[in-house]
Write a protein that binds this ligand. Structure first.
Ligand SMILES: O=P(O)(O)OC[C@H]1O[C@H](OP(=O)(O)OP(=O)(O)O)[C@H](O)[C@@H]1O
Length: 258
């Protein structure tokens, strides 16, 4: 299924570097193999109505296509090098951030073109800001900054007990007027959903209405989705995959720590 690295045919995995030019594959090989439907595509497309019934309309999945499937596959592959992992994770993050920005409220905006014609366009309706949950959420900050140059970004640190998964907030810093902004909350992995629950609670304590929060996420388990949607039915969630197994190695591999 994958057109890039790593090897998908069960042979010895190839170490690749994202900056190295890929060798073109013979065209015959690429076109004769029918593409398999990835698991997340089944969840994302064929079961769309079930997802709507189960989680409501505020849980949205990134549009499923072969490119997204390849990125998810590379990120989940244990043989992916750290360099490739970061490169492809950043690509997926960018797609999720772009679609998250699409969930913000917009308003009409007319501009005059160089020919004097009026172009009927759109612009963001009000102030926005980002909030990342330390530490994996910080991996998503650059993707947001690449789209919104000088956006303010707050931080929340939530500590989870390794055994009980109980989470508690130990640090939070936000822009003073966060209560009047649309908040893009960034965290790539939702396993139990406890970390995100605590982060949303802190935002609410700082005056941010639930409906003004968009959660940008890469990997979400059905359990976490149910937990968060039940606790905060007005919160919008955008994720690229709903799958029972969360890649909990994300933070360690992205940042290169144990
Ligand atoms: O939905 P939850 O059950 O709360 O879990 C969310 C994430 O937090 C944990 O990672 P870790 O503590 O390593 O966080 P980090 O990657 O952000 O450092 C866990 O392994 C998940 O990846």
């Amino acid at each position: 299924m994958c057109t890039g690295s790593p090897s998908s045919n069960g042979s010895q995995p190839e170490e690749t570097n994202a900056t190295t030019e890929q060798q073109p594959q013979p065209e015959q090989e690429a076109t004769e193999q029918p593409l398999r439907t990835p698991t997340h595509a089944i969840v994302g497309a064929a079961k769309a109505e079930e997802i709507l019934a189960e989680y409501g309309s505020n849980l949205k999945l990134l549009e499923c296509n072969s490119q997204v499937s390849e990125l998810l596959t590379i990120i989940r592959d244990k043989n992916t090098t750290r360099s490739d992992f970061k490169f492809y994770a950043d690509r997926l993050i960018r797609l999720v951030i772009e679609e998250s920005l699409n969930q913000l409220p917009y308003t009409d905006c007319d501009v005059e073109t160089p020919t004097g014609a009026i172009y009927e366009g759109l612009k963001y309706r009000s102030g926005n800001c980002g909030v990342s949950i330390i530490r994996s959420g910080e991996a998503m900050e650059q993707g947001l900054r690449d789209c919104c140059r000088s956006i303010r970004i707050g931080k929340i640190l939530v500590e989870s007990d390794a055994n009980t998964h109980e989470a508690r907030v130990v640090y939070a810093r936000f822009p003073d007027d966060i209560g009047s902004r649309q908040v893009l909350l960034m965290y790539p992995i939702m396993s139990t959903g406890n970390t995100v629950l605590q982060a949303v609670n802190v935002l609410r304590e700082h005056g941010v209405p639930e409906k003004c929060i968009i959660l940008s996420n890469l990997f979400c388990t059905p359990v976490a989705a149910r937990t968060v949607v039940n606790a905060f039915p007005q919160l919008k969630i955008l994720t690229s995959e709903l799958h029972p197994v969360a890649p909990n190695h994300f933070g360690q591999k992205y940042f290169g720590t144990d």
